[in-house]
Each structure stands twice: as structure tokens, then as C-alpha cells.
Design a protein around this ligand. Structure first.
Ligand SMILES: [Zn+2]
Length: 255
């Protein structure tokens, strides 16, 4: 069993072009696993190829980000059947950037259909318009209506009330390095049971303290887990074990 799992990484991004295999190998050598997330048809193919280069510890999620164009359902469906693919996404609703909300909704629903058919969970990207929970409310409404699978709300930036609604439909919530440099999420972290939390980096973005401002990488997930334990007032080892079990369970990965 790994000590840590970074449940949302983008090691396929150009930020790692010069040292990708070194980053992956140093992560695995420290008993940390990673799940790389596709954001388009092209990057979904990349994360599947990357996962298949390693016998263990590198997994993939395939799908299309809400603000990405060129989504092709049958291609994602084919990729989704790969045994290294553990979820569908990142998909959801993003009202922060301009664009057609109807198109976003369509590709989100298509990806829910893929997840339902393949029987794999959803990795959600949700971002409200400034200061609003609108995208979260709409996402929950669509999930209640369409989703037959469970999933995880990545980079959670919602309120306690929104978190409660995700827990009610059996979804988990994940936090990034942001929680190491702001106290904005302490209240929601205290509210959500450890059994419903996943750890992630969203690397190369938002490196946690003490690496803030630098390129992020999966190994830094340790900083996120330490901070979660601190906020929860629990022993690090206990939180570490539960978070790994949560990820293995959601993604149906054998130890
Ligand atoms: Zn992401």
C-alpha cells in the first residue's frame, strides 16, 4: 500500500517536458502514487499512455475540462475502457470564464453517460462565477438527475452547505496545497469526515507551502495531508492511511 496518493495531477503537461520520468520515478520511489487527469481528448490519450509505461502507481483519468473545445465522446469512451483509467474527467461546470453554458452542460452530461456506462467514478472540476456557488448548485442538480456513479469534487472551493450536499449524494471532496497558505477552507475541512476527503496537488499549479510559487509535483501531496491532519487535530499517520484507503476505494485500485 502506498503512503500517499496524489489524486489529481497533470504530469503530462509541458512543465515536465525536461524531467517527466525523473519526477515520476522520485514520486514512486517515496511510496507515493499519482493519478494524472486529462483535460481534453489529446491530453486524455497522453495520460493513458503515461500510466501504461509503469506497472504500478501511475493511473489516468480521461475526459474533457468544461472550458475545453473538441470533445469527442466515442474517443473518450474507448480510452475509458483501459484498465489504468480509474475515473472520468475532469468534467463539470466552470462559470468563472466566459463561454457557452449550454455547451458545457452538454459535454458534462455526455461524460456522465460514459461514467454510467463504464461504471467508473467522476472527477469533477467546478468553478462558480465570482463569489457565487452557482456552478456547484447546478452540478449537484445534474448529478442527482443523471449520475449512477459516485465521484470526487476536485479543488474544492465550496461552502459547508455545498460540501454537505456532495456528502449526501456519496461524493468525496479533495483539497490542494491552497489549504497550506489560506485558512479559508479550515471550516469546511473540519466539517467533512476524513473518510470523504481525497488528497491532491493539481500540479503543476498551486504548490503548497514551503514550495509556494515554484512548480508543484506529486510528492508535495505530503504537505497537503499534513495540513489536513493539523486542521482535523488527528495524527498524521491515521489521516494518511484513511486518505489512501479512500482513493483506492473510489478508484477501485487493488493494493
Ligand atoms: Zn486539474
Amino acid at each position: 500500500m502506498p503512503e500517499y496518493i496524489d489524486c489529481h495531477a497533470h504530469i503530462n503537461f509541458p512543465d515536465y517536458d525536461s524531467d517527466r520520468s525523473e519526477v515520476i520515478e522520485r514520486t514512486l520511489s517515496q511510496n507515493t502514487w499519482m493519478v494524472n487527469v486529462g483535460t481534453s481528448n489529446k491530453t486524455s490519450k497522453e495520460v493513458v499512455d503515461l500510466a501504461n509505461k509503469y506497472s504500478n502507481g501511475v493511473y489516468a483519468i480521461v475526459g474533457s475540462h468544461p472550458t475545453e473545445e473538441g470533445f469527442n465522446k466515442s474517443e473518450i469512451m474507448e480510452l475509458a475502457k483501459d484498465p489504468k483509467v480509474v475515473a472520468i474527467g475532469e468534467t463539470g461546470l466552470d462559470y468563472f470564464r466566459d463561454g457557452s453554458l449550454e455547451a458545457q452542460r452538454d459535454i458534462f452530461e455526455s461524460q456522465i453517460e460514459i461514467a454510467n456506462e463504464i461504471g467508473k467514478p467522476l472527477m469533477l472540476h467546478i468553478r462558480g462565477s465570482s463569489g457565487s456557488m452557482d456552478a456547484y448548485e447546478d452540478t449537484i442538480c445534474i448529478l442527482k438527475e443523471k449520475a449512477k456513479v459516485s465521484g470526487n469534487a476536485h479543488f474544492f472551493a465550496g461552502t459547508v452547505d455545498v460540501a454537505k450536499k456532495f456528502l449526501e449524494i456519496g461524493f468525496s471532496i479533495s483539497f490542494t496545497g491552497v489549504i497550506t497558505f489560506t485558512k479559508d477552507y479550515d471550516e469546511v475541512i473540519k466539517y467533512v469526515p476524513v473518510e470523504s476527503i481525497l488528497s491532491e496537488t493539481d500540479c503543476p499549479f498551486v504548490a503548497p507551502n514551503p514550495f509556494r510559487g515554484k512548480r508543484n509535483e506529486p510528492l508535495y501531496v505530503k504537505e497537503v495531508v499534513s495540513r489536513l491532519a493539523e486542521i482535523k487535530g488527528l495524527e498524521l499517520e491515521e489521516v494518511q492511511t484513511i486518505l489512501v484507503e479512500n482513493a483506492l476505494r473510489l478508484f477501485s485500485i487493488d493494493k
